[in-house]
Design a protein around this ligand. Structure first.
Ligand code: ZN
Length: 286
């Protein structure tokens, strides 16, 4: 919109310039020393007005050019980053039926006591669950979490449970990397290389960053027990968790005692049907 405006100003300027000789020819009032006073019949200085308008228009066009430039630079940077990033990590929600096993997964960790009960029940029954605990909890009570998670596979649920889709590139990297480093330092063993993004929220950018960090899979779930909700009873958790088939990935949380209370019945259900409760790695296959 800047170019047409400049054109209009230029046309007005041309018009005024052609009027200027006529204005100058007019007999104007004089000052004491006989010099003519510089006023015109327009009541203002036309050339000054033209310069002012030109100045404003030019400043605007410079600002607009800068804006375009900035947007282009940002887009180029984004493309550059994308070009550097590998193909996006795969989204997986379940494994093949042929696995003959179901994966129980437990996220978050804001109730360590419930989590300890869950892990103990699994160990007592020679079953496995996969734990996605946020690094912040591990850092706060490392010895406790080392005991809770002994012998259980752990996956990456980020350091502090941010929605990764809303975080800038370096923060996404930090959230994944720091959590992995914390787990490996405290537990003294490698993590399962699967990322479960908080809230199950991901986009292409998160998938590409995950792949860049060595996570070729983003592991979601096929059965949601809604066990984190205060209104979900242990009975409802059992009902939802036992509706799975071999290959299913069941989402639960280290959040409430109701989950711990539901677990023995869930284990019994699958045992009775000859279905193993295995780690996520085994259920998803490699
Ligand atoms: Zn979570």
């Amino acid at each position: 919109m800047v170019a047409p405006r400049l054109l209009v100003i230029a046309l007005i300027a041309l018009m005024l310039t052609s009027l200027a000789p006529a204005v100058a020819a007019q007999e104007g009032p004089t000052m004491g020393d006989g010099e003519p006073v510089e006023t015109t019949e327009f009541g203002f200085e036309p050339l000054e007005w033209v310069f002012e308008q030109l100045h404003v228009a030019l400043a605007e066009s410079i600002r607009a050019i800068h804006k375009i430039d900035k947007a282009q630079r940002r887009a180029a940077k984004r493309d550059e980053r994308r070009a550097d990033l590998p193909a996006p990590a795969r989204i997986v929600r379940s494994g093949p039926r042929s696995s003959g096993a179901v994966a129980l997964t437990f996220d978050d960790g804001y109730n360590a006591e419930a989590c300890a009960r869950i892990a103990n029940t699994l160990r007592r029954n020679d079953a496995k669950g996969t734990f996605f605990i946020n690094g912040n909890y591990l850092k706060a009570e490392p010895a406790k979490w080392k005991r809770i998670l002994a012998g259980m596979p752990v996956g990456n649920h980020t350091r502090s449970h941010h929605d990764l889709t809303g975080e800038p590139h370096p923060v996404v990297i930090k959230q994944i990397r720091e959590n992995e480093a914390l787990h490996e330092r405290i537990l003294g063993r490698p993590m399962l290389k699967v990322l479960r993004p908080p809230y199950g929220a991901y986009g292409e950018r998160v998938r590409r960053i995950a792949a860049q960090l060595g996570y070729d899979r983003i592991a979601l779930w096929s059965v949601d027990t809604h066990d984190w909700k205060p209104t979900t009873s242990a009975r409802a958790i059992v009902r939802r968790a036992t509706g799975a088939r071999p290959g299913s990935v069941i989402l639960m949380h280290c959040a409430r005692n109701a989950t711990a209370r539901a677990l023995p019945s869930i284990i019994r259900h699958y045992r009775a049907r000859g279905i193993e409760l295995a780690g996520l790695g085994k259920v998803l296959g490699s």
